[in-house]
Design a binder for this molecule. Structure first.
Ligand code: 5GP
Ligand code: MN
Length: 339
């Protein structure tokens, strides 16, 4: 984002506007944290702002300040469409291609609002008037902090804004341990704590609210874990029946793939989750080092994301999906073993 863009955005935000803020479908901690953090900031500037998520999100994200004001497009479509068509500005956060918003995409596409993209995923589409894209950033929340800083407004960051931004930095960095965590990330996090974030509470709200069933489901997933040592790959499957057996709730499978990646000598991990309702297998890929799961998923599983964390999907059965995965892997033997 250049200085002219900053100037133009400053000018744009100098008078009250109707603003809609949108994250990707199935929003995660960074999506919820960044949209709500920006929401609180824009409210402070006297804008008429609202966060609209494409769909619902897990209970462990239903506590940040302002969360109760979020509208969900799939169940509140009419109200959302009115807000979108009246919007002067639409911020799209933590994604960079309209299709990532699912059923919401057509109304975003047809809106003539000024669009501002803030995101850290690879290969952004060219739909926005102003683009702040940086794939080296730990999280969109960290970018919202920099965005507020570029507007010379860090003094406006209060406990609510700080708590939301802390949430997304924490979840997207795996609690400050992934490669994307820089000294700047830590400086920002320190400042957010100074602004009043109760950091232990944020962690507790997100990670220490497991249900018994969720832990049993984790046990099932770990039982299903398969390892391909010669390809330094490990993968997990969860069928719809298994999900049902443990009374699956949205968010219950979050993070399970990381157990596969935690194995000694493994650099590539995947989890395949059957979703009969949508008729797809939802896939999460994770890697260590230079093996790009973004490229792997784009090439074979209709998805994408970051170098070390990406999502994808498959429209054939769970077994056929695994067969396809296993048949592709040998062609990556060299890069996987050069890690
Ligand atoms: P997850 O495996 O947790 O669903 O996603 C991992 C990362 O990849 C997240 O940053 C997520 O936003 C991104 N991602 C997930 N699915 C897709 C997809 O279909 N396309 C793209 N471009 N990114 C995705
Ligand atoms: Mn993110």
């Amino acid at each position: 984002m250049n200085t002219n863009d900053i100037k133009a955005i400053k000018q744009l935000l100098s008078t009250p506007k109707n603003i809609v803020i949108v994250p990707h479908k199935n929003p995660d901690g960074d999506a919820i944290g960044s949209t709500l953090g920006l929401y609180h900031y824009l409210k402070k500037l006297n804008h008429n702002a609202r966060v609209i998520t494409p769909n619902d999100y897990p209970d462990f994200l239903k506590w940040p300040p302002g969360e109760e004001t979020i509208l969900k497009y799939d169940t509140q479509t009419e109200e959302c469409n009115t807000l979108i068509s009246n919007a002067d500005i639409i911020f799209t956060l933590d994604f960079n291609a309209f299709h990532r918003t699912g059923k919401m995409a057509p109304s975003l596409e047809s809106s003539d609002a000024i669009k501002i993209l803030i995101d850290h995923h690879q290969e952004p589409d060219d739909y926005a008037t102003y683009i702040y894209s940086d794939v080296n950033m730990s999280s969109t929340c960290e970018m919202v902090y920099h965005f507020i800083d570029m507007l010379d407004d860090t003094d406006k960051i209060d406990e609510d804004i700080a708590t939301c931004l802390y949430l997304g930095i924490m979840t997207d960095t795996g609690s400050f341990r992934f490669l994307s965590t820089t000294s700047t990330t830590h400086r920002i996090v320190a400042e957010l704590i100074d602004k009043g974030v109760k950091n232990a509470d944020v962690h507790n709200n997100v990670y220490d609210t497991n249900s018994y069933n969720r832990l049993q489901l984790l046990g099932c997933a770990l039982t299903n874990l398969k390892v391909l040592p010669e390809l330094r790959t490990a993968y997990i499957t969860l069928s719809q029946n298994e999900l049902q057996k443990f009374d699956y709730k949205k968010g219950d499978t979050e993070g399970i793939v990381n157990y596969a990646l935690s194995l000694n000598n493994i650099v590539f991990a995947a989890i395949f989750i059957e979703d009969r309702q949508e008729g797809i297998i939802k896939i999460s890929f994770r890697s260590k080092g230079n093996f790009s799961v973004n490229e792997f998923s784009r090439a074979h599983f209709n998805g994408g994301g970051h170098n070390n964390a990406a999502g994808g999907r498959s429209e054939v059965s769970l077994n056929e999906t695994i067969e396809k995965f296993i048949s592709i892997l040998p062609s990556y033997k060299d890069p996987l073993n050069n890690e």
